[in-house]
Ligand binder design. Structure first.
Ligand SMILES: [Fe+2]
Ligand SMILES: [Fe+2]
Length: 137
């Protein structure tokens, strides 16, 4: 599970790098909270950050999609589908697992989210890096 930003994640577009960094930050906050072994129940805070992560992810996806549309990016549709599938999985996991209110399910969700975001940046977002560079973005 990669929670730390590395230069190899950079798409060379400042706004997008900043948004990706924010996603890592939220993922990292979630992981820290879920790993706490104190006497407090952090469930409500965890759910709150998951909601924040979800809405920030939606905002980020929309930002990327608009940019792709604006520059007529040929893989816009498939990229958008990946985004949509992720949000659907996240909503499903939230419903199934969080109700159970178990540390293990929460960790499962966190691992899924951080692995997905990392893989998506490295494989799918990276595909537009050269494209936008050529367009002078
Ligand atoms: Fe992205
Ligand atoms: Fe993306």
């Amino acid at each position: 599970m990669a929670l730390k930003w590395r230069d190899s994640f950079s798409c060379d577009i400042k706004e997008i790098d900043d948004q990706h960094k924010r996603l890592f930050e939220l993922g990292s906050n979630l992981y820290t909270l879920a790993s706490l072994k104190d006497e407090y129940d952090h469930y409500d805070e965890i759910v709150q950050i998951i909601e924040e992560l979800k809405s920030y992810t939606e905002y980020h996806f929309e930002y990327e999609e608009n940019l792709m549309l604006q520059y007529n990016y040929s893989e816009y549709e498939t990229h958008k589908l990946e985004h949509k599938a992720f949000i659907n999985s996240l909503v499903k996991l939230e419903k199934e697992d969080l109700d159970v209110h178990q540390a293990q399910s929460i960790m499962k969700l966190i691992v899924f989210v951080t692995d997905w975001i990392t893989a998506h940046i490295m494989k799918t977002d990276m595909k537009y890096k050269e494209f936008f560079k050529e367009k002078g973005k």
